[in-house]
Design a protein around this ligand. Structure first.
Ligand SMILES: Nc1ncnc2c1ncn2[C@@H]1O[C@H](COP(=O)(O)OP(=O)(O)O)[C@@H](O)[C@H]1O
Ligand SMILES: [Mg+2]
Length: 377
């Protein structure tokens, strides 16, 4: 894999104008270990880009370098073509939202929203108007006189969002802004932020470790691992066509079946397991004939219907257990050398899926992705 490589989608967006640019940026806090390595990143104007990855993968450090709270050890960051690598945070004119809302507790909601405008020398009359508009935008128009302590977590986070947007910044940075909210409110806020972004046309760089959040909200997702971007693409591409085993593993659920590449054609590979079962799958980058590979299979793309011979791949499996999830049935099977093979099946017509029963598991070539097995660096 090419480090910090950009997909074709990425190149297309970059041509639309690179608004933010990271050029071979590296960061070390202790002068020995790099927590961000050789980072090349382009953010287009108006884009919603999410940095996604496990804890410690360098997302916050990357965002902090863009905000100006951290300085790169090497490399260059530009905003609209201007070198900002060493420009202090308050001169970058960015809006920011973090997990802990960081509202001023002794000020009313309106005073909190007025603050960024006051420091920018906006006139009294205009401040009043803009604060009212920002409050309406997050649908909290009635709560302007309250103090942050008198608001729920979700309301405080909406105020923090309004405060980051009230001075109409060109770029807004958000670091796990919904991390402290419960699931339902978090999902609601995801849509709210997404719609605000669409309405305002502001550029957003968003950090999360939650893949569902990244897929739902973003124009593009950059998947971080160990200080590097493994893949940067549209959510659908990331999910359907992961470039690396790490990305397949980190985004969504997948069954991994490993074997050896026994045929490699245009866009398609055959991976043969130790037991001699040959699986045809879409070929990811970096495969070599005779090399080790795994096939990543999404549980919701597999079917347990009879007559699976209409599709390219069908293998026998033995049902181990079924778990009812309301909107689907989770079926665990022994199949393809694994005892944790999972298929998500529709609840209707699932009566035959009883433990001990042998069934046919089928899927199309395009529903499996063959990827090289990563050897630790
Ligand atoms: N201020 C700091 N001083 C020293 N090490 C840090 C500091 N901030 C982060 N790190 C280290 O840098 C690595 C990346 O951290 P971070 O960027 O916060 O990752 P993420 O946001 O993806 O969880 C981690 O190993 C973390 O421990
Ligand atoms: Mg972080």
């Amino acid at each position: 894999m090419q480090v910090g490589s950009v997909g074709s989608d990425a190149r297309e967006i970059a041509r639309a104008g690179d608004f933010v640019r990271f050029d071979k940026v590296e960061k070390s806090y202790d002068g020995r270990t790099l927590v961000v390595r050789q980072l090349d990143l382009l953010v287009a104007r108006g884009e919603f880009l999410t940095l996604l990855g496990p804890s410690g993968s360098g997302k916050t450090t990357t965002l902090m370098m863009l905000a100006g709270f951290e300085t790169p050890t090497r490399g260059l960051i530009t905003l609209e073509g201007r070198d900002i690598t060493r420009v202090p945070p308050h001169k970058r004119g960015l809006g920011m939202v973090f997990q802990n809302y960081a509202l001023f507790p002794h000020m009313s909601v309106r005073e909190n929203l007025a603050f960024p405008l006051e420091v920018r020398g906006v006139s009294r009359a205009e401040i009043g108007e803009r604060v009212t508009r920002a409050l309406d935008m997050v649908r909290l128009g009635k709560l302007g006189d309250r103090r942050p302590g008198q608001l729920s977590g979700g309301q405080q986070q909406r105020i923090a969002l309004a405060r980051a947007l009230v001075f109409e910044p060109k770029l807004v940075l958000m670091d796990e802004p919904l991390g402290a909210l419960d699931k339902q409110l978090r999902e609601h806020m995801q849509y709210e932020i997404k719609h605000l972004h669409e309405r305002l046309g502001v550029t957003v760089v968003y950090v999360t470790h939650d893949q569902g959040e990244a897929l739902t909200m973003s124009d593009r997702v950059a998947v971080f691992n160990d200080g590097r971007i493994q893949q940067i693409d549209r959510p659908r591409t990331i999910y359907e066509h992961p470039d690396t085993a790490f990305v397949a593993q980190f985004i969504g659920e997948n069954n991994k079946v490993d074997g050896t590449v026994t045929a490699l054609g245009v866009g398609e590979a055959t991976v043969t397991t130790a037991a001699g079962q040959a699986i045809r799958a879409e070929a990811g980058p970096g495969l070599s004939l005779g090399g080790r590979a795994l096939v990543s299979l999404r549980p919701e793309r597999l079917s347990l219907a009879h007559g699976a011979d209409a599709v390219a791949n069908h293998f026998p499996g033995t049902v181990v257990e079924t778990i009812y999830h309301g909107d689907h049935l989770r079926v665990r099977l022994e199949a393809l050398g694994r005892d944790d093979f999972v298929v998500k099946a529709p609840v209707s017509g699932s009566e035959a899926l009883v433990p001990g029963r042998t069934v046919d598991i089928g899927w199309r070539v395009a529903d499996g992705r063959a990827l090289p097995i990563e050897t630790p660096a």
